[in-house]
Design a protein around this ligand. Structure first.
Ligand code: ATP
Length: 140
């Protein structure tokens, strides 16, 4: 079934999610304050919006309240990530998944109701370590 996702932040993580969801034939609304980042994903996103995602009205105008699932992939600007997540939860978006920069950021995101918080780099490091030591990897 075709699903709709909103992704905020088109850094390496957000843009690769956008491409993968597009490849899987889902719809993606891509939001970033930097137009050059959005231009790089224009071919993969169903809609793109250049905007500061900390602005509640901008998110409303982008139609984000119709989405069931949003991913906040803003990295370094922790304040922006928190504010954007707050707005999305205030809009009652069912699933708000957020990339955390560090453990303190993670704690705050949990408190304000993020539905899933992840750390792509450490999560991936852990998975690769598990894979490396699993039986599936042939000794070389
Ligand atoms: P990655 O590791 O995924 O490349 P990162 O952790 O280095 O990302 P940033 O580059 O700081 O994170 O942010 C990711 C994207 O989020 C950038 O393209 C940036 O323009 C965008 N972004 C940051 N703040 C906002 C904001 N307030 N509104 C919209 N987009 C934003």
């Amino acid at each position: 079934m075709r699903k709709q996702f909103a992704i905020i932040g088109m850094g390496r993580f957000g843009s690769s999610m956008c491409k993968e969801l597009h490849r899987m034939n889902h719809e993606v609304l891509a939001i970033d304050k930097d137009e050059t980042k959005l231009n790089a994903v224009k071919a993969y996103a169903t809609h793109t919006v250049t905007a500061d995602a900390t602005d509640e009205q901008v998110l409303i105008d982008a139609g984000i309240r119709n989405f069931d699932h949003a991913i906040v992939a803003i990295g370094e600007d922790i304040q922006a990530s928190i504010l954007c997540t707050l707005h999305l939860k205030d809009f009652d978006i069912n699933q708000v998944w957020v990339k955390a920069q560090n453990d303190y950021h993670h704690k705050v995101l949990d408190k304000i109701g993020a539905d899933r918080v992840f750390h792509p780099e450490s999560d991936m490091g852990q998975r690769i370590a598990e894979y490396l030591t699993s039986e599936k990897v042939i000794d070389y």
